[in-house]
Design a protein around this ligand. Structure first.
Ligand code: FAD
Ligand code: NAI
Length: 475
């Protein structure tokens, strides 16, 4: 039963908020969570989960092109029924979001449906969609209101067939063509998805490169793969306006060749996300410290207002679900009288293109600048038996090793990269040297062998490719 006082109240139920609520409840706090739209937040409803369900469908569909290499012949050309794909995606989302509901119940967390507004005295007012209101107080409040797509103020962005990551998941049919504005993570993941289901895709990116933070060598290979698939990547193209022309969308961009226009059926705006401060207006007036729209916090996730914490996409940082969850646990620990600090030194970065990309730590360029003595090498999937057996030989694993044998950075492009990166992440977190990885027996045949081989390669003693150096280093 709802109460009028809680030990901990969480505003927003994304992967930051719902994890914080579970953690607080586990630690014995009487806990409430307030959600204005959907349990599970961006991630479960319009982000990580639906995108991965649709990418899965797209990858399976795309793989049909190479079935005959495996001796599999379909009686007719496969087709994709968009309504069926959307129904699968909806089922996945429903299952995951109702799971969050079950977890709240199981942990005795009271769920309030409605927009939560908060003030510095830690009173929460919840306004439901029917206009009714409830109010309660809390000793500690964790703000986890997340982020929303940033829609730049440019002509035509609110027009017909201009979509974003909140609105692109229920299209009635496979688009004939899509122009992705922004070649960041969302633009590229969705470009990959649309292209694989049969849309003609153009990516317009204003910087000299798409995927700016990704290691150069990994990005170059991804650009080659996407281009080979027919995706038109135009860099140095700053989009300025969207218009309608003959039933099509026309996107106007300034490029080094002057003004250029690109036409397509849909325009996907993917030019970053902004912090969602709806419901926090009063707190901001009362002095909540923000920096370019994001709430400022210390390493304990405390804001400048007593008893008020903030986590996830609302604060500066990676914009990743797993980081939001980690911050949620730290905030909940501190809010319940325990001591915890956020440590961002090891944050794995997954990107769900196919093939996948994943990284942890420094890029090669960053490492070379900071540690000129760093050793770098890579190992190709084409020399790993399991990768050959599953016909996924494109890409490589690259490691950057410091002078004490520590891993400074690791980058994988290839099958299951987003899972594999965890081995290097654990090694970095545990301050293992590469010897601990190379001396660990890796099961055969597995993709994980490629991680060990990359380290051996950096040491001049790979087993399954010829060494570059004549003399291999002894153990
Ligand atoms: P959110 O998930 O945004 O949740 C905030 C919640 O708060 C929302 O439900 C909102 O309705 C609610 N809320 C806001 N204000 C109020 C209020 N005043 N009262 C009540 N409720 C309120 N990250 C990854 O790590 N891996 C991925 O593969 C990945 N894929 C993504 C794909 C897409 C298309 C997008 C858009 C994002 C993706 N992300 C991914 C990023 C990830 O979704 C976010 O980093 C994550 O959701 C942030 O979690 P959060 O809890 O901070 O906020
Ligand atoms: P982003 O910041 O990654 O990329 C936006 C891109 O748009 C940038 O490259 C920018 O230069 C470009 N851009 C901006 N204005 C432009 C203009 N007018 N014309 C052309 N290009 C323009 O933002 P994105 O892709 O929207 O993603 C937001 C966040 O969501 C990510 O930073 C990430 O934190 C999260 N996310 C994570 C995923 C994952 O972990 N796999 C998947 C999807 C999203």
């Amino acid at each position: 039963m709802a109460s009028n006082h809680y030990d901990v109240a969480v505003i927003g139920s994304g992967p930051g908020g719902y994890v914080a609520a579970i953690r607080a409840a586990q630690l014995g706090a009487k806990t409430a969570i307030v959600e204005k739209q959907y349990l599970g937040g961006t991630c479960l409803n319009v982000g990580c989960i639906p995108s991965k369900a649709m990418l899965h469908i797209a990858e399976v569909f795309h793989s049909m092109n190479t079935l005959s290499d495996l001796g599999i012949h379909l009686p007719q050309q496969p087709t994709l029924d968009m309504a069926g794909a959307v129904a699968f995606k909806d089922k996945v989302v429903k299952r995951m979001t109702s799971g969050v509901g079950t977890l709240m119940k199981g942990n005795n967390v009271d769920v309030f449906d409605g927009l939560g507004t908060v003030d510095a005295s830690r009173t929460v007012t919840v306004k439901a969609s029917d206009g009714s209101q409830q109010q309660f107080s809390a000793d500690k409040i964790i703000l986890a209101t997340g982020s929303v797509p940033f829609i730049p103020p440019m002509p035509g962005v609110d027009g017909r067939n201009v979509i974003n990551s909140d609105t692109c998941w229920n299209l009635p049919a496979v688009p004939e063509s899509v122009i992705c504005v922004g070649g960041g993570v969302i633009g590229v993941e969705l470009a990959c998805m649309f292209s694989a289901i049969g849309s003609k895709v153009t990516i317009l990116e204003m910087l000299p490169n798409i995927l700016a933070p990704v290691d150069d060598e990994v990005r170059r290979l991804m650009v080659r793969i996407l281009t080979k698939r027919g995706i038109n990547i135009v860099t140095g193209a700053k989009v300025e306006a969207v218009e309608d022309e003959n039933g099509q969308k026309k996107v106007i961009a300034t490029t080094d060749k002057g003004q250029q226009s690109f036409t397509g059926e849909y325009v996907l705006m993917a030019v970053s996300r902004r912090a969602n401060t709806s419901g926090l207006e009063h707190l901001i007036e009362q002095g909540l410290d923000t920096d370019r729209g994001r709430v400022r916090v210390n390493e304990k996730m405390e804001t400048n207002l007593p008893g008020i914490y903030a986590i996830g996409d609302l604060v500066r940082g990676a914009g990743l679900a797993h980081v939001a969850s980690a911050e949620g646990e730290v905030a909940a620990d501190n809010a319940t009288g325990h001591e915890a600090k956020m440590d961002y030194s090891v944050v794995p970065n997954p990107i769900y293109t196919f093939p996948e990309m994943a990284s942890v730590g420094l890029t090669e360029a960053e490492a070379k600048q900071k540690y000129p003595e760093a050793r770098v090498d890579r190992f190709p999937w084409s020399a790993i038996g399991k990768a050959v057996a599953i016909a996924e030989t494109e890409g490589f694993t690259k490691v950057i090793i410091g002078k004490y044998g520590e891993i400074l950075g690791a980058h994988i492009i290839g099958p299951d990269a987003t899972n594999l990166i965890t081995e290097y992440s654990v090694a970095m977190r545990g301050e293992l040297t590469v010897d601990e990885i190379s001396e660990t027996i890796h099961p055969h045949p597995t993709l994980s062998e490629g991680l060990r081989e990359a380290i051996l390669a950096a040491e001049g003693r790979p087993i399954h490719i010829p060494p570059k150096k004549q003399v291999a280093r002894a153990r």
